[in-house]
Design a protein around this ligand. Structure first.
Ligand code: NAD
Ligand code: ZN
Length: 357
């Protein structure tokens, strides 16, 4: 048995208003003239948060377009332009949802590692530490703030740069920043967390470490989406911690069927992570009966529409391509279905599942 020895985020600050400590936090990380680069979700352009970013010297705010999920080409272009403009930088601060945080992690790594970020899509391919990086979520659920990956769509695959150099050096968890996320988006990304819990807790890789975090995150999701009526500040506080705990749970286990199938959708159709997982979860009674029942209850209670029929009219080649991407996620399937997963999830069975979506 070889136990995973995994790298975690080095520093964590949690609390409403903790964003105000950013200047102080960054002070010790500044290297001479080299600037801090703030990669900020384009949603915040012209919003008051921008005036609270502690700019010093040559620091720069770069707004990142997260209309589509991060691509290796986008990461490479960002890193290249920063190298051209500044040579070296002190660090990268990602402010936004999973997309902006993942971009920040990847750009940090590509400031020091040669070649293209596409060369590092996989497990433990990154050779050098990146520059200092900090993550500041403004949308809760993905767990990207704690994970050792940054999920990128590249020329041939959608796969993360999974490595010990990938986790943030610092995260600032300030639930105030998640105020005002549109309801549907908040639900989809919140369900990403719920689904992480179900997949981790029902998986064959489960151990007490991931179970204790997974159970806590699940309990918080149930409190928010099943027990409470309406949305308030407490929900923002709670969901931020559920996201963190859900991320910690999968760090020592794995996700499962919903993620494996949703990766295929996102590769072919560009379906975003949160909503894609919801579209798939809606049809997974066979694998997660209790979780899917509760999921459907939460969808109804919160009056959310989950799209259906998104695979209608796709060609055989397109189904094949989704099946290839999905079956390539071997650890996810093994976690979900056990060592003999290939006998259970045949190409025919997966095709039938995609046709239902
Ligand atoms: P997102 O980052 O793509 O953002 C979704 C939308 O919400 C965007 O339009 C964004 O502008 C908006 N938004 C963000 N904060 C807001 C705020 N405070 N107010 C209003 N709007 C706001 O969504 P996400 O679900 O957080 O992240 C999805 C991405 O995360 C995917 O690319 C996925 O692959 C990745 N992901 C990464 C990991 C990981 O471990 N690295 C885990 C899960 C998902
Ligand atoms: Zn996820």
């Amino acid at each position: 048995m070889n136990f995973r020895n995994f790298k975690m985020v080095s520093y964590v600050v949690y609390g409403r208003g903790s964003f105000n400590q950013l200047d102080e936090i960054l002070a010790s990380q500044r290297k001479a003239e080299a600037p801090m680069i703030f990669l900020v979700d384009h949603f915040f352009e012209n919003k008051p948060l921008i005036n609270r970013i502690p700019l010093r010297g040559k620091d720069k705010i770069v707004f990142v377009d997260v209309t589509y999920e991060p691509k290796t080409t986008q990461v490479d272009a960002l890193a290249r332009s920063l190298k051209e403009e500044f040579g070296t930088i002190s660090g990268v601060i990602g402010i936004g949802g999973g997309s902006a945080m993942d971009l920040a992690k990847a750009v940090s790594l590509m400031m020091t590692n040669p070649g293209s970020s596409a060369d590092y899509q996989g497990w433990d391919l990154v050779k050098l530490p990146g520059v200092y990086k900090a993550g500041i979520p403004t949308l809760s659920g993905t767990g990207a703030e704690v994970s050792r990956t940054t999920v990128l769509t590249g020329p041939v695959r959608k796969l993360g740069m999974n490595s010990d150099f990938t986790p943030f050096d610092q995260i600032v968890l300030d639930p105030e920043l998640t105020k005002g996320v549109p309801e549907n988006q908040r639900f989809y990304t919140g369900m990403d967390c719920y689904i992480h819990c179900i997949e981790s807790l029902q998986g064959t890789f489960l151990n007490e470490f991931s179970k204790s975090y997974g159970e806590k995150a699940l309990q918080i999701c149930q409190k928010i989406y099943v027990e409470k009526e309406g949305w308030d500040e407490e929900c923002d506080n709670l969901l931020m911690m559920a996201s963190y705990a859900g991320g910690m749970s999968i760090a020592y286990s794995q996700v499962g069927v919903a993620h494996a199938v949703s990766y295929g959708l996102s590769y072919l159709l560009g379906t975003k992570h949160g909503i894609g997982n919801c579209i798939v979860m809606n049809h997974l009674e066979e694998y997660y009966p209790a979780g899917v029942k509760e999921f459907k209850y939460m969808v109804d209670k919160n009056k959310i529409e989950i799209p259906v029929g998104i695979c209608k009219g796709l060609t055989d080649d397109q189904f094949e391509s989704m099946i290839n991407v999905s079956l390539g996620m071997k650890p996810l399937w093994e976690n979900a279905l056990g060592k003999d997963w290939e006998k259970i999830m045949t190409r025919e069975k997966l095709r039938a599942l995609y046709e239902k979506l």
